[in-house]
Design a protein around this ligand. Structure first.
Ligand SMILES: *[C@@H]1O[C@H](CO)[C@@H](O)[C@H](O)[C@H]1NC(C)=O
Ligand SMILES: *[C@@H]1O[C@H](CO)[C@@H](O)[C@H](O)[C@H]1NC(C)=O
Ligand SMILES: *[C@@H]1O[C@H](CO)[C@@H](O)[C@H](O)[C@H]1NC(C)=O
Length: 488
């Protein structure tokens, strides 16, 4: 009991936060350390599209107990970013955002949802570009703008998928990017980056990229220019190579980019179980000059069979074999090298000026005249969304996971808790020392894997800082493990 209240007090004082990241040239940069940041991410949409329900107000970041369970598991996995597709700006995300923040994870948010009126359509895009739609995207900005771990907004996901949609959608998508950036400029204290997540359809991929990253004459503030370019790519399947997977063509085609490039989805499942061999290549020098990491699709098992974790209605969950394979791949990476690279003071890469000859494919839009704002939208950009559903970080009282989670072999994982990181901490393998193995196999929880002392000896942006506050998380974990042991 005494121990428990001491823990509550400890939890209440941990107001640590990740450092908001900035885009500098083609890199994400931690302005505190001056180091590059590479995304080690997982797509997070528990419940699939059913996890988003406008009527019940449910969305993937609305249930703190579920978020706590998943943040603990993602911490063990070693990721530093989640991508969330469908959020409801009008529900409270404070506890989930605070949990992921404390766990050292950034959030990338799609401003759209698949529901009618909630996204720009690939079919007749002009019919879906109106003030109420923009108001919704701005409301998502309001909801997430005050969380330090909001990394970026996606203005669209796979809206341009072939030459036909490439013929009509690009100016509308660039206009939506413009409008969100304009909203951010007027109503947010930091320039949260905005960009597009493209389908990896090679016929139109590089045209799409050029259409969004070029500088437009007359757009002095570069408001319509994307701050980043991301792609959903499934071209590496099973046991493959840099060239066989055609990753080499991506690096060639995107080299010289003036904005950060990353995989907003990867993880082909045509060969199963997945071995995630591409992870080693994505973060290697073969790619890291051009790419800033990527997001594995996806956290929960859904009908399309890409899951790392199988979750149930009652909140219990099991790790799938793919979780362990991915964890193994992340554990092989040298995070001191990956996150420790000093970003160059200025980018050498200049974006091209928008002009028809940037576009290679016949039929793809090569006219950069953008649609004007729909009626009523300027008022919202000027006056702000009303009411504005602004979120904020809150204190989390307990970091202990309430649900039962099992390994693929059916053994229960004990002592599962989020291990809050100290200020400016970013998650990486080893931050959460809870062991997936049952106690009988190791004799103790938290005894295996990369130890805290190992990670604390790494660079300044490592998960556990070298001095002072760094002691707290380790203490907390040990104590939490005891509490969890009693509870179970
Ligand atoms: C704009 O969004 C806010 C927040 O979701 C909502 O309350 C308001 O009704 C919306 N306004 C319009 C004009 O659609
Ligand atoms: C717009 O982008 C161009 C090209 O990167 C740059 O030279 C210029 O300074 C930018 N303008 C503003 C206002 O940031
Ligand atoms: C580009 O598109 C705009 C708006 O649709 C149109 O007015 C203009 O004539 C087009 N330019 C060319 C060269 O086709």
């Amino acid at each position: 009991m005494l121990l428990h209240s001491a823990l509550l007090a400890l939890g209440a004082t941990l107001a640590a936060a990740v450092q908001p990241l900035e885009v500098q040239g083609q890199y994400f940069v931690n302005p505190n350390t001056g180091n590059r940041f590479q995304i080690v991410g997982v797509a997070y949409q528990p419940g699939g599209s059913a996890g988003y329900n406008k009527q019940t107000g449910r969305d993937p970041l609305s249930d703190p107990d579920i978020c706590l369970r998943d943040a603990a598991l993602l911490q063990i996995l070693g990721v530093n970013t989640i991508r969330v597709y469908n959020v409801n700006p009008d529900v409270n995300h404070d506890r989930c955002a605070s949990i992921f923040n404390a766990a050292g994870m950034y959030m990338m948010l799609d401003v759209n949802s698949p529901l009618v009126g909630d996204s720009l359509t690939s079919w007749n895009p002009w019919e879906s570009y109106y003030a109420a739609y923009l108001n919704r995207t701005f409301a998502v900005v309001e909801a997430f703008k005050n969380y330090p771990n909001t990394l970026a907004f996606f203005s669209g996901n796979e809206v341009i998928n072939d030459v036909d949609t490439g013929a009509t959608v690009p100016p509308y998508m660039r206009a939506v990017t413009r409008d969100i950036k304009n909203y951010v400029k007027n109503h947010v204290t930091r320039p949260i980056p905005v960009g597009y997540s493209a389908a990896d359809v090679r016929e139109i991929l590089f045209d799409t990229y050029n259409y969004f990253q070029c500088t437009l004459e007359g757009d002095e503030d570069n408001l319509s220019r994307a701050d980043l370019f991301a792609l959903n790519s499934y071209s590496w399947c099973g046991d493959s190579t840099f060239t066989e997977s055609s990753y080499d063509d991506l690096v060639t085609g995107l080299s010289g980019a003036a904005v950060p490039i990353f995989f907003s989805e990867f993880g082909c499942n045509e060969v199963r179980p997945r071995i995630f061999q591409e992870v080693g290549t994505i973060y290697s020098s073969q790619m890291s000059d051009v790419f800033s990491g990527g997001v594995v699709y996806e956290y929960t098992q859904e009908d399309n069979d890409y899951g790392l974790v199988n979750m149930h209605e009652d909140g219990s969950a099991e790790l799938m074999p793919d979780f362990l394979s991915l964890k193994e791949q992340y554990a092989k990476l040298d995070f001191t090298e990956i996150q420790g690279q000093e970003a160059p003071a200025s980018s050498d890469n200049t974006p091209p000026v928008c002009s028809p000859d940037l576009i290679q494919t016949d039929g793809f839009k090569n006219n950069f005249t953008l649609p004007v704002l729909p009626p009523g939208a300027q008022e919202i950009i000027d006056g702000g969304v009303n009411p504005a559903p602004v979120g904020k970080l809150v204190t989390i009282d307990s970091w202990t996971v309430k649900y039962t989670v099992k390994n693929p072999d059916g053994t229960e994982i004990t002592g599962l808790a989020v291990q809050p990181l100290a200020d400016d901490g970013t998650n990486q393998p080893g931050s959460n020392t809870a062991s997936l193995a049952p106690p009988s196999a190791t004799g103790t929880t938290g005894g295996t894997g990369t130890s805290t002392s190992e990670s604390s000896s790494t660079s300044s942006n490592a998960a556990v800082p070298t001095t002072g506050a760094g002691v707290l998380p380790a203490m907390a974990l040990g104590a939490f493990a005891v509490v969890a042991g009693i509870a179970l």
